[in-house]
Design a protein around this ligand. Structure first.
Ligand SMILES: [Zn+2]
Length: 459
């Protein structure tokens, strides 16, 4: 078996591959609406049938929600690495239906803006991305066998919170353990430039409540003598950043590494238009750490933001009140190896240290998850990068991610596995929106790319 015969097989079977993808796209596997529960089960069965037909050992596994599909196939090379591929077969609801140009579950190919596009709900998120990998496996299995041992996990609740996933991972830990996870739910940098997402920021959510007097007071009778908790709160919040936009919490930047010079240079070379990015939302000046590019500010640097402030009288007209309490919702986006619990402790200490004697502070936690960071030196990352560069004839860029993908954290935390995030979606695929599409080129070259990645990982 050579990679060439596999790539040729992918090319010559493109029409049949698209027909199979269309069969999956016709299944109305909307997970958030119980009315489509049977359709979700049908999508799971369809996938298991396809995988069994190719030579996988695949099964549909019941959960308390929609079923999982688990499949395994061995490489002919016993010492080959073992990968676990993760994707989801469920889709978002289609409303508002009136904004679709056609039936969301009647997939078709449309030519627009010089490209051929598959238009249907789930085309990009995630059925097209899933089937690109499945078709790559099919080409190997029809041409001598897989270069890696491949396990597959498809879930049907990604679009509604993955409620069954943690228990399923825990109960099937041994069966799902592999050398790494391949995740396809991500995008290219642009339509010609492949990308590997190597970092997703973590998130710490805190609410702080500051209380002073035992009841609300009249500002004529007590103003001047009584401490106003809004004054205390706003001073503390203002202290969280210095004049250069850096966060002032002690220890906040522990675990935040500088980008390797090579990656920093790659990001600078991307044709990212900072003015357009900010201008599109009516802004003209980046607000993060001075001296950092916008891409660094949103991908590789941590943040602190106040998401809400509550206190005092906020109704019509005026009221001369000195409130007895004031509160704020504060969030931190984390990167690298920042420890969420240490950030929480540092924030609490920061507030406590600034409290006047008549004030108390209490805190409510609303979640704390670390960042996902695949080390730039990871061999699998380097191998995948070379493979993608060969397919696209353009250097694969290592990017950060905007939205979080909670399952990646679960794979890391519960199974100790790193994830390689490679996807062929584009920013204009309109996922979750009417007229969702996936480029035929993304599907076709996506399958070819996965074939090259699997060969590279086995080397
Ligand atoms: Zn989605």
């Amino acid at each position: 078996m050579t990679i060439d015969s596999v790539l040729t097989s992918i090319d010559s079977n493109l029409d049949a591959s698209l027909a199979r993808l269309f069969d999956l796209l016709k299944i109305r596997s909307i997970s958030t609406d119980p009315a489509f529960k049977d359709e979700c089960a049908r999508a799971a069965s369809w996938l298991a049938d396809q995988l069994n037909g190719m030579g996988f050992d695949a099964s549909v596994r019941a959960t308390t929600g929609n079923p999982m599909v688990v499949a395994h196939a061995k490489s002919t090379n016993a010492s080959a690495p073992h990968v676990l591929f993760y994707g989801h077969y469920d889709v978002q609801p289609v409303d508002p239906l009136a904004l679709w140009e056609d039936d969301p579950f009647a997939p078709k190919i449309v030519e627009a803006e010089g490209t051929k596009r598959i238009v249907a709900r789930g085309a990009a998120d995630d059925k097209g991305q899933v089937m690109a990998f499945v078709e790559a496996c099919r080409a190997f299995m029809a041409n001598g066998g897989l270069p890696c041992h491949v396990s597959i996990l498809f879930e049907g609740e990604e679009e509604c919170g993955s409620l069954s996933l943690p228990a399923f991972l825990a109960a099937n830990r041994q069966e799902l353990l592999a050398d790494c996870v391949l995740v396809c739910d991500t995008n290219m940098w642009d339509k010609n430039t492949p990308a590997i997402t190597t970092m997703l920021r973590g998130l710490v959510l805190q609410e702080v409540v500051i209380e002073a007097a035992s009841r609300d007071l009249h500002s004529g009778l007590f103003g001047g003598a009584a401490m106003n908790p809004i004054r205390v709160l706003t001073r503390i919040l203002a202290d969280l950043h210095d004049a250069n936009g850096a966060v002032t919490l002690p220890g906040f930047y522990d675990g935040v590494d500088e980008l390797p010079a090579e990656v920093a240079a790659q990001w600078r070379a991307l044709d990212f238009d900072e003015a357009a990015y900010l201008g599109a939302v009516g802004l003209g000046e980046a607000a993060g750490e001075k001296g950092r590019s916008v891409l660094e500010q949103v991908w590789s640097r941590p943040t602190c933001d106040v998401n809400g402030i509550i206190g005092g009288y906020t109704g019509e007209g005026t009221k001369t009140v000195l409130p007895s309490r004031a509160s704020a919702k504060v969030s931190f986006r984390l990167v690298g190896h920042q420890d969420p619990l240490r950030i929480v402790e540092s924030f609490h200490a920061f507030v406590q240290a600034r409290l006047p004697s008549d004030c108390t502070a209490s805190f409510h936690a609303h979640g704390a998850s670390p960042a996902i960071a695949l080390p730039f030196t990871s061999p699998m990352l380097q191998k995948a990068r070379v493979a993608l560069t060969a397919e696209w004839d353009r250097e694969a860029v290592l990017i950060g991610g905007g939205g979080s993908i909670p399952v990646i954290g679960q794979f890391k935390r519960d199974l100790g596995m790193d994830s390689l995030m490679i996807g062929f979606g584009l920013d204009d695929d309109r996922i979750h929106s009417p007229n969702e599409k996936y480029e035929v080129k993304s599907f076709h070259k996506g399958a070819r790319s996965w074939a090259r990645v699997l060969v590279a990982l086995a080397e």
